[in-house]
Write a protein that binds this ligand. Structure first.
Ligand code: MG
Length: 217
């Protein structure tokens, strides 16, 4: 099983990664999608995890691969059917994640009314930084996210623009999935998503959490 690490040395093996789609209005607009009453969820397996500081291998023959920078939440302990105001108790910390997406495959799946499993869950589709414990973060609902590709700013957002906040997401997800210590929630991406290719240099920052440089291979 792949593990995630915290700055304080703690390591955990997430049983699952739950992704949230359509959580920023500007991203919904750029995808020509529409807002939903409830969060849109998908899963990535543990095998999708990858250390973001190491070169990121992407599929070469499956169409376009898009970057999506996202705040990742790590769960502290088993929870099921909790209320949003209980979420802090079940939150261990935060990380920086890329929700890599096979966009051509996803677009076709959407058109055909089919699931996103292949588009979202492939190997290395979830590069993550080291995580920091929640006490290091002043306000999780006000964090800048910045992604540059080859020195050009592509995504520049703030978690204040999330439609469903982290507590609401944890509560909603826990209605359907029992969450375990180490499980990860990807909270959605701001606008500016686009393709990446071999040899692209990525710089990704979420204030107070992580600032990394990496390369696509
Ligand atoms: Mg995403």
């Amino acid at each position: 099983m792949n593990q995630i690490t915290f700055l304080n040395g703690l390591t955990l093996a997430p049983s699952k990664i739950i992704g949230v789609g359509r959580n920023y209005d500007e991203h919904i607009r750029e995808m020509q999608s529409s807002r939903t009453k409830e969060p849109v969820l998908f899963l990535k397996p543990n095998s999708a995890l990858h250390d973001i500081s190491k070169p990121i291998p992407i599929p070469k023959d499956l169409g376009s691969v898009h970057h999506e920078i996202e705040l990742a939440v790590c769960i502290a302990k088993t929870c099921s059917k909790i209320f949003a105001d209980e979420a802090p108790e079940y939150t261990l910390g935060y990380g920086l994640a890329l929700d890599l997406t096979l966009r051509d495959i996803q677009s076709k799946a959407k058109k055909d009314g089919l699931p996103w499993a292949l588009a979202k869950g492939f190997d290395h589709s979830c590069p993550v930084s080291q995580f920091v414990t929640k006490d290091k973060i002043q306000n999780v609902d006000d964090l800048n996210l910045l992604l540059k590709v080859n020195g050009v700013v592509k995504q520049n957002g703030n978690t204040c623009n999330m439609i469903f906040k982290t507590g609401e997401l944890i509560a909603y997800i826990s209605r359907f999935f029992t969450l375990y210590e180490g499980d990860i929630i990807l909270t959605g991406t701001p606008s500016g998503v686009g393709p990446i290719k071999e040899r692209d240099k990525l710089e990704a920052t979420i204030d107070q959490i992580s600032s990394i440089q990496t390369i696509i291979v």
